[in-house]
Ligand binder design. Structure first.
Ligand code: SF4
Ligand code: SF4
Length: 259
């Protein structure tokens, strides 16, 4: 099916190369409204960014700022930001966002929504962007013009999209109930939770079980995994694909086990 023939939900037309108007700044009357009364899902890379910004471990971040909820995936829990008693984002300060450089994916993407078709005939995933609007958001009445490309660059979304795509693959894998009959909260799902949401806990696990040494990996990747949380997360995703779905994502060294 060509791009033109694709059907989208009613009222949703991809922006393509069209321009849109938007600007969010401290002068708009709705400033900070979208940081209150909000249901914000957090993705694995969001946790890494925020805990780094706060200078704390991921397990402490989970304890203090996160609520585990049942999202769209029936076989894997989702994480939601815990709001304060006043129902604000915990990172909202008197002058706005206090973690702005490290803010989560959904805070960066608005006013766009991203859809990805991972089954086009030509084999490559296709992405589409839609303009979305909170009723109270005055940013749409501002005069600044954007193309999708300009918006993605300005919000550093190219890297975030790449991380979101890796996460989407894992989410699809989990949606197939790969827990080998253990059910929710069995040992396999606990390990998957550790990899996806508690990167410092996973780093401890990797060291304790000498996990990196079990696989044939280029030295540059080993160095990156040892020092960089994003590289460790990607390694963890590859490891889960192998353990849960027998995918050939990593090469096991002779006489070594994969877990
Ligand atoms: S992280 Fe920042 S931008 Fe996002 S909701 Fe919280 S305060 Fe607002
Ligand atoms: S509601 Fe819109 S314009 Fe207002 S602060 Fe949020 S994103 Fe910015």
């Amino acid at each position: 099916m060509s791009k033109q023939e694709k059907s989208f939900p009613a009222g949703m037309t991809p922006l393509g190369k069209a321009k849109f108007l938007f600007s969010c700044h401290s002068g708009v009357s709705c400033f900070m409204s979208c940081c209150r009364n909000v249901e914000m899902l957090l993705y694995p890379y969001d946790i890494i960014e925020l805990k780094k910004c706060l200078g704390i471990r991921s397990d402490r971040f989970l304890e203090e700022y996160v609520q585990v909820v049942q999202g769209d995936n029936p076989f894997f829990p989702a994480l939601m930001m815990k709001m304060t008693a006043a129902n604000s984002c915990p990172f909202l300060g008197p002058d706005g966002c206090t973690v702005y450089e490290h803010r989560p994916f959904s805070c960066r993407m608005y006013p766009l929504e991203r859809g990805v078709d991972r089954t086009p005939e030509k084999g490559r995933a296709e992405e589409f962007y839609f303009l979305t609007r909170h009723e109270y958001c005055k940013g749409h009445d501002e005069a600044q013009e954007w193309t999708v490309k300009e918006w993605l660059r300005s919000q550093q979304l190219l890297f975030h999209n790449a991380m979101a795509d890796q996460w989407a693959e894992m989410d699809t894998l989990f949606a197939g109930n790969p827990w080998a009959g253990e059910g929710a909260a069995g040992p396999r799902q606990k390990l998957a939770f550790l990899v996806c949401y508690n990167i410092d806990g996973f780093r401890d696990y990797v060291r304790h079980h000498d996990l990196i040494d079990r696989f044939k990996l280029p030295k540059t990747r080993v160095r990156a995994i040892e020092t960089d949380d994003e590289a460790l997360l990607s390694f963890g995703f590859d490891w889960l694909k192998m353990v849960l779905a027998d995918m050939p994502t990593l090469q096991v060294k002779r006489n070594r086990q994969i877990t």
